[in-house]
Write a protein that binds this ligand. Sequence first.
Ligand code: FES
Length: 449
Amino acid sequence: MARVSMTVNGVRYDQDVEPRLLLVHFIRDSLGLTGTHVGCDTSNCGACTVLLDGQAVKSCTLLAAQVDGAELLTIEGMEQNGQLHPLQEGFWQEHGLQCGFCTPGMILAAKALLDASPDPSEAETVVSQLTRTLVGTGTPVHWLVQISTALLLVLAANTAFADFPRLGSILARDRFLPRVFQFRGDRLAFSSGIVLLTLISALLIVWFSGSVTELIPLYTIGVFVAFTLSQAGMVRHWYARRTERGWRRRALINGFGAVTTGIVAIEVGIAKFSLGAWMVLVLIPLLIALMWAIAQHYREIGDALTLERADTPLPRLAVPHIVVPIARIDRAALAALSYARSISADVTALHIADDQLDAERMRRRWAKREDGIPLVTIESPYRALIPPLLAYLDERERQDPDRPITVVLAEFVPRRFWDYLLHNQTALRLKLRLFFRPNTVVVDVPYHL
Ligand code: FES
């Protein structure tokens, strides 16, 4: 027999114990503190965890004689003055108890972790916390693990940036995404896909305030859905090659993979639905619908544009009416008028005047010109520009519906690109508005300063 003395939950005990008596049995059988359980007896489950001098230990791995003079805390010592410890309260409120058998061990292990790191933050990863606890904060091994983790994550992110644009390019080639995703930029990268992925990633980071905890469900469901789809795709692939030897075995392996990852995807989707997984589950059908709509659109456009014969003759066009809107008689306006005259003899200059005075002044100045181009002035007392112009075009079209209308715009090109902020806003608005008008061609005549 060995004499041991120890403090358990603040009470001092002096007892004789068998030298081979395990601490867990001493706690349960000699002290009657049966909240500490024996789950596995092989040091795996942690149900027997207690705090020994503040450190979490599995009491099935120690002899009672080894802890002579120590201070122990078991689950019974957690409550204070009849109040549950906040950790116990937390487990209870968040339904963390489950069957309750190993919960005391979990609560005590959690207390040890929180004592060592009283203000845990999700900014620090679990890997970092574990490493720090094992090898110490800021030690070379801690740094090594941190840097390796960062490099691995960079590699993982790079995979997405390398492969998503490529996938986007394949989908665009098959007309399921806009064509802009199909082309390589001058840096030999699928720039549009990269830019899109960057924008989506940035949006998610802002939306979820950069919280890894909230982003993980999204990531998990995304990964498992992708695994399931790719495995199912491989089954289809092997089925299409069913004349080859061994296709059944390969299809079976991939089919098994698809089923298992599919079950995980469903399970994660249900469990994490409210934590953000709904977004992926809603987005996937929406994206598929969007891709079908894009493909349908391209089909329709193709049908409308495609020629049945390469030697189809040119369509016959009547000489267009040319309308040149001018704000004043200046060099840019003259360049536009001169260009207009070069493509048709039917050119009209159009001035939208703010008031009668302005219209009169313009007519007087115009009368001095000898190029024979007629001027039409429209008074717009509320200074609107586009509606009177459109009304004039409508009127011209009504008079002669078979002839197209060409609007020639005078636009000067400033020397410095930031000067654009001060000029050309009206021309831009006009172009945008006229672009959607049927039977109308818009020609921009740049005048370089
Ligand atoms: S009883 Fe399972 S670890 Fe001690």
